[in-house]
Design a protein around this ligand. Sequence first.
Ligand code: 4G1
Length: 232
Amino acid sequence: MNFHVMTLFPEMIMQGLNVSIIGRAIEKGLISIEAVNIRDYAFNKHNKVDDYIYGGGAGMLMQAEPVYLCYEAIRERITSGSRPRVVYLTPQGEVFTQKKAQELAKEDDLILLCGHYEGIDERVLEEIVTDNISIGDYVLTGGELPAMIVVDAVSRLIPGVLNNDVSAEFESFQDDLLEYPQYSRPEIWHGKRVPEVLLSGHHANVEKWRHEQSVIRTRERRPDLLDNKEKS
Ligand code: 4G1
């Protein structure tokens, strides 16, 4: 999978994703990430990429042309045939879910577009965006952190990125349940014991306990997930 991130802050993307599991996946050549600076496609001598908003109101808007030229430059580099998906990170998008991550993980190339200021001129969005995605309902300063979240969630679904024996598919959320509580050494910490069943070595009982805990936890902390489950 090749990620192409269109942004005014490329160093934020590259520094944030070049570590840990994703950093290793890049090293191994399982994924590639390029952050392309939209400012490099400014068409005026001051490298200006924003302007006032028609109709008035506070703030500035990213102009259409630099975004479009940046997009065209990326498209020229993409070797795989058909039109690549362009994900615009926006509070007006559908909320990002594990299901959407799985869908995006099937692509060879993904272009991610990050807004800044008050957003981007609608006309270029109409021409290039295929998917509008939001990571949730709060106010941010830019689409860079949302883009990094999408890259992270999609990358870990690419075969070979996670080195553990259990596939990424198996993790909770796949079945709309939260993770059960987990414990490591020592057996007693601050007077608290590890639940007996986990020390028993009885695999079937462990699995049963973990599933029960997952259901209890989900009902307590994220009852909305159980509602989804009943619907499907
Ligand atoms: C109105 C949140 C504005 C924000 C209402 C989640 C938020 C991108 C996301 C905003 C952004 C609400 C996201 C707001 C995001 C232009 C640049 C849009 C930053 C911008 C609820 C600012 N998921 N926000 N506007 O935050 O890009 O993807």
